[in-house]
Design a protein around this ligand. Sequence first.
Ligand SMILES: Nc1ncnc2c1ncn2[C@@H]1O[C@H](COP(=O)(O)OP(=O)(O)OP(=O)(O)O)[C@@H](O)[C@H]1O
Ligand SMILES: [Mg+2]
Length: 281
Amino acid sequence: MSKTEEMRSSAQVETAQAEPPLALEATGVSKAFRGKRDNLQVLNNVTLTVRKGEFVSIIGPSGSGKSTLFHIIGGLVKPDAGTVRMNGTDVTGQQGHISYMPQQPALFPWRTIEDNVLLSQEIQGSVDQAARENARYWLDKVGLGGFEKAHPHTLSGGMQQRAAFLRALLSPQELMCLDEPFSALDALTRSDMQRWLLNIWEESRRSVLFITHNIEEALLLSNRIYVFSGRPASVLQVVDVPFPRPRSEEIIEHPEFIKLRRELSGWMREEQLKMQKVLKG
Ligand SMILES: Nc1ncnc2c1ncn2[C@@H]1O[C@H](COP(=O)(O)OP(=O)(O)OP(=O)(O)O)[C@@H](O)[C@H]1O
Ligand SMILES: [Mg+2]
């Protein structure tokens, strides 16, 4: 190997080492649901990655296939083509590898809020006094202090969403998949929760894959945003979000933020128009 080649290859090794490893690698994922008459193609060759400690968002039109992709990543649905790898291992079709907050809060009605929040830890092992104290600490932090022993039906939609979010946060798996976690919250609580998530994420640096319809939320929180096309969803754009961390809400006034917001809104509007045309036939 020549000196230049040697230098180049050692530089490549350094770059490879500088980048954190891949927590999630979904490659070439396609899926169609079989109907009585036709098949409904939902995902078309979707490839995306989340590195360890990255916050990655997906935005895309309603009905494009975002939640279906989460079901595939979580092993609830099998893809027709493509693979899901976590920490380098093929886990396609396997369950139990992610911490998951579904689009519907899905709390068990017969369990108290505290026991719902502790569910994943219970499945993975046992729940001791320290785990209970930790759960109570976090319940208090999201404004659910005093509701530990309440049952889900006595809570508002937004409170149930916060409890479901905490359950995902306290699950032991490295990758958190959050499907529109703040959609049932009013604007003020949503903005509080965004700030709160930003803070705890910047402290803990969990790997997060996050679905949202809210462009500002995606820009505020993410390292990278995948823009999905309308159904069948494919990756239309990948946007690296350049703002340094820790971030504060003030970045929404930054000219670069405004430019990215405009670009993302434009792409989303185009996709929505295309989908409306398809629906009108
Ligand atoms: N199990 C299933 N069987 C048949 N069709 C399904 C199934 N799950 C989802 N679909 C269809 O796949 C399409 C994509 O649904 P999905 O829930 O993934 O969309 P989405 O992008 O998450 O939408 P939203 O933003 O509204 O949550 C929809 O047309 C839906 O009806
Ligand atoms: Mg969805």
